[in-house]
Design a protein around this ligand. Structure first.
Ligand code: RB5
Length: 164
């Protein structure tokens, strides 16, 4: 194929997945690094804050808006960071349609999506290293829900809980 303008335009891969990120003071520094990492990979990123480091801020103020944006499909997937990742995952899972998990290993980063349709990955900014977080995010964003009957069946049972 000739290297005309059209082929040059299509050669540039743009990541179309829209990603939401959020963090309190415990995850602020890592969020800023992850934001730059995602932008470099050409993802569209929506930053739900915090937008400045404030030791007195509260993770639900940032994580819940991100979780709601996932539930409403404003963003496709999300990354939430607090000090441990525990508070972020607890808060996010209160929002119907959000499937959040605190992740600290590579296997769960992708298997959580493949089997459980995880749409929000949570980290502890005081726990995880930058390189590990970046590897886990890459695995999370590249993974797809398999749609296997047994996983759909299990998810339906989980979704029933959102109606209680
Ligand atoms: C805030 O200091 C810290 O408690 C919070 O970021 C998080 O670790 C909660 O799970």
């Amino acid at each position: 194929m000739p290297k005309d303008i059209t082929s040059l335009v299509f050669a540039k891969k743009i990541n179309e997945m829209k990603i939401g990120i959020a963090a309190d003071h415990g995850g602020f520094e890592l969020k800023e690094i992850i934001n730059a990492f995602l932008l470099k990979k050409e993802y569209e990123v929506v930053d739900f804050g915090a937008h400045k480091l404030d030791d007195k801020d509260d993770y639900p103020d940032f994580v819940i808006p991100l979780a709601k944006a996932i539930a409403s499909n404003e963003v496709e997937r999300g990354i939430a960071i607090c000090g441990s990742g525990v508070g972020a995952s607890i808060a996010a899972n209160k929002v119907a349609g959000v499937r959040a998990a605190l992740i600290n290993d590579y296997f769960s980063s992708h298997q959580g999506v493949e089997d459980d349709d995880m749409n929000l990955i949570c980290f502890g900014g005081r726990v995880i290293g930058i390189s590990a977080a970046q590897e886990f995010i890459t695995a999370f964003l590249n993974a797809k829900f398999t749609g296997a009957e047994r996983h759909v069946r299990r998810l339906q049972k989980v979704k029933q809980l959102e109606k209680i």
